[in-house]
Design a protein around this ligand. Structure first.
Ligand SMILES: [Zn+2]
Ligand SMILES: [Zn+2]
Ligand SMILES: [Zn+2]
Length: 452
């Protein structure tokens, strides 16, 4: 035993425990979650009329008197198995809004649907990949003595990409405040699209809801320069949503025109600050509006759904923007494993977060996401299904069916989280098995494949 590592000795201790097989069942039920939540408690299901106990579960009978449940983190860098599950759910959620399924009628695929990308404005030139970075024939330097151009052809992996040409010229206040207002700008954009549609057909704006309904799912993505931009699926239905046909005037062309006009028009103002002033934000000049055409195979829709799902798994550490965990002190900012550019953005959050005029933006709470406090994925209520519904569907597949007329009484308490080193090793093995099985299942479900 002495030559074995601490991890191995711990794994052996766990495997020799008399409750090992039940513990392994729990680990398997979490899919090998890397940071499971430990719960203590009980749930009792009673017959609603007779009071008879139909089902009872208590963690007193479990190994360590606890139940392990998934952390459900969406970031692959934090928990790979849970992020895979989350990405799968996101894919189905976005796809159902495009093609139907999951209680959404398939007729949605014939509705006007757009895939839209809205960008952040510029806060100053940054190095970029591709051709020559920022060629300038006449050279020139900024007031800090740094060159205004860059003639390098940066390799895709060059850490300079996304970093400002001059950090002293770069508008860090603007960048952070943009993040703090991006969700509000999105809300105004959606309201304005509805208004535009209404006025384009001579409806009073308040009458829009009687004629049509606009639904969306959007995902926020950090670009190389660590500024959030937005990809969104936007769909036009009749007033009742997915089950309802839009009016005759509700065409793809009309929706496209409204989206383009609103994207160029809406604005949001920051609160006035004696040191920063008032900033007026609009979307960046780069705008992409792509109509999604209904074809029988729906391959374009699948691609869009997969594209959106990919973004939700990206952690801050993977995109190089911010950190995966909250930052609470100045020292955390100094030691965070981020680029100087991102560190400066974090410091800007800290500094502006201390100003009373920005208190409502809670910038110090959102340092790890560089001031952006929205969700990574946001959707309107009528877009498609929900994460909760997808989880419930999965629970039914593993046998936790609802009993009609039953009453459930549950009491749960958080008692810890994570794994010991040996448990982490075993959980990683379980996660790997799940991934291999999933890949094999996907292969055998391919047309023409799996003829065994
Ligand atoms: Zn997890
Ligand atoms: Zn450059
Ligand atoms: Zn400068």
């Amino acid at each position: 035993m002495r030559q074995l590592s601490e991890v191995d000795r711990d794994a052996i201790r766990i495997a020799q425990d008399p409750h090992f097989s039940r513990w392994l069942e729990q680990i398997t039920a979490t899919g090998g979650c890397a940071h499971p939540v430990h719960l203590s408690g009980s749930t009792t299901t009673l017959d609603g009329t007779t009071g008879e106990i139909l089902r009872q579960y208590d963690t007193r009978d479990e190994p360590g008197e606890r139940l392990l449940v998934r952390c459900r983190n969406r970031r692959a860098t934090v928990c790979a198995p849970c992020s895979r599950l989350h990405a799968g759910d996101t894919f189905h959620l976005v796809r159902a809004g495009l093609m139907g399924g999951k209680n959404v009628p398939t007729a949605v695929r014939n509705r006007p649907r757009l895939f839209v990308t809205l960008t952040a404005p510029s806060f100053g030139p940054v190095h970029r990949a591709g051709e020559r970075c920022r060629p300038r024939r006449d050279g020139g330097a900024c007031e800090h003595g740094r060159p205004l151009g860059c003639g390098t052809e940066h390799a895709a992996t060059d850490p300079l990409i996304g970093q400002p040409l001059c950090p002293d010229c770069y508008d860090y206040n603007g960048h952070v405040l943009w993040h703090a207002h991006a969700s509000k700008l999105w809300d105004r954009f959606v309201i304005d699209v509805r208004r535009r549609l209404a006025s384009s057909v001579g409806l009073v704006q308040s009458g829009f809801a009687d004629h049509a309904r606009l639904s969306f799912a959007r995902v926020a993505e950090y670009q190389k320069r660590a500024a959030v931009h937005v990809h969104a699926v936007i769909r036009l239905d009749g007033p009742d949503g997915p089950t309802d046909e839009p009016p005759a005037w509700g065409t793809t062309d009309r929706l496209t025109d409204a989206v383009r006009a609103s994207a160029g028009r809406v604005l949001v103002r920051t609160p006035y600050s004696p040191s920063v002033g008032e900033i007026v934000f609009r979307w960046g000049a780069q705008l992409d509006v792509r109509p999604l055409h209904a074809d029988s195979a729906g391959s374009g829709d699948d691609a869009v759904a997969a594209y959106v799902a990919k973004y939700v798994t990206k952690g801050a550490s993977e995109t190089g923007a911010g950190t995966d965990h909250k930052v609470t002190t100045r020292a955390d900012i100094d030691t965070a494993p981020v680029s100087e550019h991102v560190r400066t953005l974090m410091r800007t959050c800290w500094r502006l977060g201390g100003l009373p005029e920005y208190a409502s933006l809670r910038l110090r709470t959102w340092i790890h996401s560089l001031g952006y406090r929205g969700h990574i994925l946001t959707k309107s209520r009528a877009y498609s299904t929900t994460y909760a519904a997808l989880r419930a569907e999965r629970a039914q597949h593993v046998g936790h069916t609802e009993i009609p007329g039953a009453v459930t009484d549950s009491h749960w308490r958080y008692v810890g989280s994570g794994h010991t080193p040996g448990a982490a090793l075993i959980a990683a093995g379980v996660a790997e098995d799940v991934a291999i099985n999933r890949a094999a299942a996907a292969e055998s479900s391919q047309p023409g494949g799996g003829a065994v």
